[in-house]
Ligand binder design. Structure first.
Ligand SMILES: Nc1ncnc2c1ncn2[C@@H]1O[C@H](COP(=O)(O)OP(=O)(O)O)[C@@H](O)[C@H]1O
Ligand SMILES: [Mg+2]
Length: 376
């Protein structure tokens, strides 16, 4: 046989063999059959993750396409009886909340991650491990993470954060939430990002590079503050009403709004043990309106202290993000509030809950390795 005849004979067979192998692997993957992990690793050996560690809730997004949001809360069984009943030593997010009477609850990010607070530090560690486990890091050779931490977490807290991640990721980069948001939605050229979270509102000028400390203002008025304001209003109007912070937060999340018109919002209250259905629409708008001038003034300050040539660009691109940006009508209302500084354009990010983690993930994949700090 001539060489070309051999080729004619073997080439189709080789194709069939390769094709078979591909199909076979696909079938194995799809049906979750046992695949030697080496085969998966060869294709993608580094996993990138973007982590938004929030006071209230945290989100992780991975380059493999996974994304999870969990309330930043950790529960530990109160005693051996609770431990036996629950069947586990530590509970996270919703699971912890559902079993709150049998647990000691920790909100590790709300408390900060201070060195001397063993219980909260351990809770933070457990929480971060749990968050990472949800994206299957063990299937990869190495994990590179970009972490956004709440602005009130201080420098020493940050070294604790790094310590909590040691052994779980290989390299990390810590960035601020507003910067991650701006990067994710490709607005780093010139914008002001206003992240209205639970514990704080962080306002940052973004102009093409990582913002410095002078580019950011943090105020304490945010979601939690709003909850307390609304709670006070409810208790004042309905004497003897028994309300918890969680109840008030749920009402706010379901019906928050700003503007001139008052809407009806019916809720069920217990007044001295007796059920009562009342309209709190006027109180919701009063509480939500009360945060507008405070955030508005902080935005004006960030504009006023910017390079004057840049101020028109910044005024024209004010982006609201974080859970607080879900207040109905907030962008238009904020634009009206700060209109005395000139023409402004205020808008809300599309995906308020995931925008920070998505931006962090985008940064993770696009930054060169030397921007990371190796931590193993
Ligand atoms: N629809 C809504 N209206 C007003 N506030 C909301 C809404 N949804 C969520 N929030 C509030 O947003 C805050 C959480 O926002 P988030 O950006 O996740 O905060 P953090 O980053 O501090 O965890 C909470 O105070 C929550 O009650
Ligand atoms: Mg946040």
């Amino acid at each position: 046989m001539k060489t070309s005849d051999w080729a004619q004979f073997f080439f189709p067979i080789a194709l069939i063999l390769i094709g078979y192998d591909k199909v076979n692997l696909e079938v194995q993957c799809r049906f979750g059959l046992d695949i030697p992990t080496g085969m998966v690793n060869e294709m993608s050996d580094r996993l990138y993750v973007g982590i938004d560690l929030g006071t209230y809730q945290s989100t992780i997004s991975s380059s493999a396409g996974a994304s999870h949001t969990i309330e930043t809360i950790v529960g530990r069984p109160k005693d051996p009886v609770a431990r036996n009943f629950l069947g586990r030593d530590v509970l996270f997010g919703n699971d912890a909340l559902k079993n709150k009477l049998a647990c000691n609850l920790y909100r590790p990010m709300a408390a900060g991650v201070a060195q001397d607070d063993e219980a909260n530090l351990a809770a933070a560690k457990a929480f971060v491990s749990h968050l990472l486990e949800t994206v299957d890091p063990e299937e990869y050779d190495e994990v590179f993470g970009v972490i956004c931490s709440p602005s009130h977490v201080s420098f020493t807290d940050k070294s604790n954060l790094v310590a909590t991640l040691r052994g779980q990721v290989n390299a990390i980069m810590v960035v601020t939430e507003p910067f991650a948001t701006a990067y994710g939605i490709e607005e780093i050229a010139g914008s002001i990002v206003v992240d209205i979270g639970a514990g704080t509102t962080d306002i940052a000028r973004i102009h093409g590079t990582f913002p410095s400390d002078e580019d950011q203002i943090t105020i304490q008025e945010a979601g939690d503050w709003l909850d307390l304001a609304l709670m006070e209003l409810v208790v004042k109007k309905y004497t003897g009403a028994q309300v918890t912070k969680d109840m008030v937060r749920r009402w706010k999340e379901a019906s928050s709004y700003v503007g001139k018109e008052t809407k009806e919002v019916m809720v069920e209250l217990s007044v001295e043990g007796k059920k009562q259905v009342v309209d709190i629409g006027d109180l919701i708008v009063e509480a939500c309106e009360s945060i507008i001038p405070l955030v508005g003034n902080a935005i004006k300050k960030i504009v006023a202290t910017a390079d004057p040539e840049y101020q028109p660009v910044l005024r024209n691109n004010i982006i609201l993000s974080g859970g607080g940006s879900l207040i109905d009508g907030i962008a238009a209302r904020m634009a009206e509030e700060i209109s005395d500084i000139g023409d402004v354009n205020v808008w809300c990010v599309e995906d308020a809950i995931n925008s920070v983690a998505n931006g962090a993930l985008k940064l993770a994949g696009e930054m060169p390795d030397d921007m990371y700090t190796a931590i193993n």
